[in-house]
Design a protein around this ligand. Structure first.
Ligand code: MLT
Length: 231
């Protein structure tokens, strides 16, 4: 059997440009894909990503049972129903709802995978379940959200950790970014915690206040959720 190919994008390519035949994993550890996994675990029916907040509001206006959610500068957008904290997306709030989601970076990673055959939400909170979900996939793209078009350490480390665990199962890194991400792979939960809380975005979020610092702690914890979710 041909070894599975794992490719990584350290920043999101343009919307819809990842190959349709691939299984894509969008990775925005802080905080979008961690938050959206919680939302799916709590029964959110669908996630529709948008680059702009106006598009999210427009979908809410058109579609019943739709919530506008996401952030700008880390905070809830005026007029939105929810921000981007995993703590907000409770079963009471999101069960059965469509999420019109507009965040700064996470949305771009989801949009890059728009045409892919299978689309998964990747994070450290769902690490083991995500690796399990990928074991039989022949063609994998791990797309990191980054930060404003720049490299983000926590996302690359998550991509590297997934690649390392898949490599142990026979898969191979199939581009330079995957090989680079492998050098950031975490072997322990403590390493994950140190990288995420010490990252530029992690430290910045913590300056916004206690609720944001609590979000960083949540996102820095391995396997908080025992399932992997798609959109
Ligand atoms: C993003 O999508 O840019 C991030 O998730 C922002 C944030 O931490 O809220």
């Amino acid at each position: 059997m041909t070894a599975a190919r794992v490719r990584v994008a350290l920043v999101p390519p343009a919307p819809g440009t990842l190959p349709p035949e691939a299984c894509a994993v969008a990775i925005d550890v802080l905080r979008a894909t961690t938050t959206l996994a919680v939302a799916r675990r709590n029964g959110a029916a669908a996630i529709v990503p948008f680059a702009t907040t106006g598009e999210a509001l427009a979908l809410r206006a058109r579609l019943r049972d739709t919530l506008a959610c996401g952030e700008r500068d880390g905070r809830i957008v005026e007029g939105f129903d929810l921000g981007n904290s995993p703590m907000e997306f409770t079963r009471e709030r999101v069960s059965g709802k469509t999420l019109a989601f507009a965040s700064t970076n996470g949305s771009r990673a989801l949009l890059a995978a728009a045409r892919c055959r299978r689309k998964l939400l990747g994070s450290f909170a769902t690490l083991s379940a995500t690796v399990d979900a990928l074991r039989d996939e022949p063609d994998i793209w791990l797309v990191c959200a980054g930060k404003l078009g720049r490299f983000a350490l926590e996302d690359a480390a998550c991509a590297g950790t997934i690649t390392a665990q898949l490599q142990a199962a026979g898969a191979g890194p199939a581009n330079e970014e995957a090989r680079l991400a492998l050098t950031l792979a975490c072997a322990t939960a403590d390493e994950v915690h140190a990288i995420v809380t010490g990252s530029e975005h992690g430290r910045w979020l913590a300056t916004l206040g206690d609720p944001f610092a609590a979000d960083v702690e949540f996102c820095a914890t391995v396997d908080k959720l025992d399932a992997c979710f798609g959109w």
